[in-house]
Each structure stands twice: as C-alpha cells, then as structure tokens.
Design a protein. Structure first.
Ligand code: GLA
Length: 379
C-alpha cells in the first residue's frame, strides 16, 4: 500500500493533514468451509491485502469518508442514522452496532482505499467493517477488543446490510496474527494462533469468476444444514460425529440434507486434523486435507463452479503443489494452494498458463503472506 499517496489524498481532499492511519486485512480460509454457521471449526489467515483509512477526528458527530477506489464521498450523522443502499452502509452499520452496544462515538473525516478484490471470496466487506471499527476505536478512545469487534461487525452485516454470514471473516480480519493462521471454534469463539509451516507458500488463485446469485444459494445451504441438525436432534451439525452420521443418516434423512451434512461433519474433522498436522509441520498431510475438502465441497456441498474445479486441477497437476481447494463461500472467486516455497514463482506461472488454456479466462495468481489483524499503522 502506498501510504504517502493515501496521506496526500487526505490532504488534498480535506485541506488538512490526517492524524491516524488504520488498516484491516482480507482473509483466505485455509480449511473449514461453511462450518462457521454450523458452530464448527475454521482455519483462516489474514492476507497482505487490506482496507486502509487515513483519518482525522472531528469535533462533531459527522462521519465523512472519501473512497479513493470509487472516487466518491459519502457522509452520515451519528445522531440520525438512516438506511440507504450504498457502500457507506458498511461503515454506517458499524457505527450503529457500536452505539447500540453502548460506545460513545466521535465523528471523523477519512479517505479509504484497499486492495482486497471485491466479490472474490477474500472478505473485502469484513475488511471494510473492521477497518471502520478500528477507526472508531482510535477517534473515540476505546480499547480494541478483537472478538467483541468481530461479533459486532458480523451483527452489522447480518442485520443492517442484510447478509447472513457466519463469524469467520470478521474474526480473521480482527484477530489474526502475522505469520499465523487462526484456528477458531465458532461456538465458543476460542482461538489458537497456529504458525504456518516453514518452506511453504500460500498461493491465491483467483478464477476471475464472481459469485452470481450467491445469497440465495448461501442461505439455502444454511437452511439445509439446519434441517439436518433438527433431524439429528442437535443444536448444530457441530454436535454430530462422523460415526454417528454414518450410523444414523441412512434411517430416513433426505438425500440432499444428508450430503450437506456429510460435508460439514467431515470438514470439521479435517479442520481439527489440519491444526494438528500444521503444528507438527506435516505439509504433505495438510495438502491431502485440502484436496479432500475441495472434493467434499464439489460433490456433497455443491458450492464450486466449473472455473474453481478447473483451477484446482491445474494447481494439483504441478509437482510442487501439496494441495489446493476452493476458498470462501464458493460459486466463483478464489482457490488456495499449498506450494513448495522454492517453486512458488514457477507454480504461479505454470498455473496461470494452464488455466488460460483450459478456461479461456485470465487468472490472478499470487503468493500471499499471513498478516496481522486490524491494527493502527505506525510509521
Ligand atoms: C462466507 C461467509 C463466511 C463463511 C464462508 C464459507 O465467506 O461470510 O461466514 O460461511 O462464506 O465458509
């Protein structure tokens, strides 16, 4: 990120110097897909792409944000929040939830920019939400409590913006640690920072397809999972073991709900194993778990598209690749691959070429680094 450019933009837009810079990252989920809203386990990591805000506190209750990327500005009054349907709803929703939780907020002027691709499954909206929450914490003078801010941002997205997401993206953007993935129990919100294995690169493979009617498909998966949980008589699919699933699912659970449930139940065990093998540095096994996860998302949960399947095939054909899978909600967007570090550049080139040949589309393939969750930027 070009901080100088961000600061200069603030100066020329607001005719004064910015005083504070905050950032919040996007994330790539390593494993544990669609498990968060089933009270299960996830293992995302924050990436080195983020949303940045340069800002200056105001003496009144106005929040004015100029978006460098959209080349437009928007403002709202903290005392009279009203719903609209623009990008500013994300910042507004955070203000609303913070005030509802009892925080006294101050207004600010800000310039916002970011390099998390939108709609790619890398949580650009969570990055905006957490960057704004971090900005409010700085100007209003309250302590940063990552899990609390994550929960509040998720609520903002569920209730104000109207997207029924789970807790993973906001927790990753709020609470990740540089160089680590974040193991999260989505029921207890217990976290563990798991160091990434040495000599391995995490590569993002953007298919350049974007999710279409994703909200309805996402919500449909949620209700199928809830239906299966009811059938098993449990609060959430997190409470069903693989053994129990195998023993009972043939006694009348409808076929579709059984497929959805099988993904969740097996994916939860994969996340727990992934955490262990990551700690032990067993990259080979971690790669196998990636592949099993993708196959389950493709065949049982049915949230991949052709482009994601082709991309994962292109990645797996490379000798340097330990494993690859779709990441995020699916239906388009990105895959993630685990690659031998010394071969990463070669891998990026080879997969880009293979994907172009097979799909007739251009991919964006890049190595990413595990970064810190939402933070104040100090020069
Ligand atoms: C989206 C949602 C998350 C999670 C993933 C799928 O990114 O925002 O809460 O459900 O999809 O794992």
């Amino acid at each position: 990120m070009n901080i100088q450019h961000l600061k200069q933009s603030f100066a020329s837009y607001f005719n004064s110097e910015s005083e504070i810079i905050v950032r919040a990252p996007g994330r790539v989920n390593l494993i544990g897909e669609h498990t968060d809203y089933n009270d299960g386990f996830v293992l995302p990591m924050a990436i080195d792409r983020a949303v940045w805000l340069a800002l200056r506190p105001r003496d009144d209750k106005t929040v004015r944000i100029f978006s460098l990327d959209l080349e437009t500005d928007s403002a709202f009054e903290l005392n009279s929040l009203a719903k609209g349907n623009d990008w500013i709803e994300y910042p507004k929703s955070i203000a609303y939830e913070l005030m509802k939780a009892g925080y006294e907020l101050c207004g600010f002027d800000a310039v916002m920019t970011g390099d998390v691709p939108r709609g790619a499954g890398l949580s650009s909206s969570a990055a905006v939400e957490l960057a704004v929450a971090r900005a409010f914490a700085e100007v209003s003078g309250f302590a940063w409590d990552a899990p609390k801010m994550a929960k509040l941002s998720q609520k903002a997205e569920n209730e104000w913006v109207g997207v029924n997401c789970g807790i993973m993206d906001q927790m990753a953007s709020a609470a990740c640690k540089e160089g680590h993935a974040l193991f999260l129990d989505c029921r207890s919100l217990e976290i563990q920072h798991a160091p990434l294995p040495k000599s391995v690169s995490i590569v993002i493979l953007d298919t350049s397809t974007r999710r279409g009617l994703v909200d309805s498909a996402y919500n449909e998966r949620r209700s199928q999972c809830e239906e299966a949980a009811r059938w098993f008589g449990v609060k959430a699919l997190r409470d069903v073991s693989v053994e129990e699933f195998n023993k009972r699912s043939k006694d009348g659970l409808n076929e579709l709900a059984a497929k959805r449930a099988r993904h969740i139940v097996t994916e939860n065990t994969r996340v727990l194993e992934a955490l262990e093998v990551m700690k032990a540095g067993n990259v080979k096994r971690l790669g196998e778990l990636f592949i099993a996860s993708h196959n389950s998302l493709r065949d049982d949960f049915e949230v991949t598209n052709e482009a994601l399947n082709v991309m994962v095939d292109c990645a797996l054909e490379q000798k340097s690749c330990y494993g690859a899978r779709m990441t995020g909600a699916g239906f388009g967007g990105c895959a993630v691959a685990l690659v031998k570090e010394e071969n990463a550049t070669e891998f990026v080139n080879a997969v880009s070429v293979a994907y172009r040949q097979r799909s007739n589309m251009e991919a964006a393939v890049y190595v990413c680094k595990a970064s810190e969750g939402a933070s104040l930027f100090c020069e």
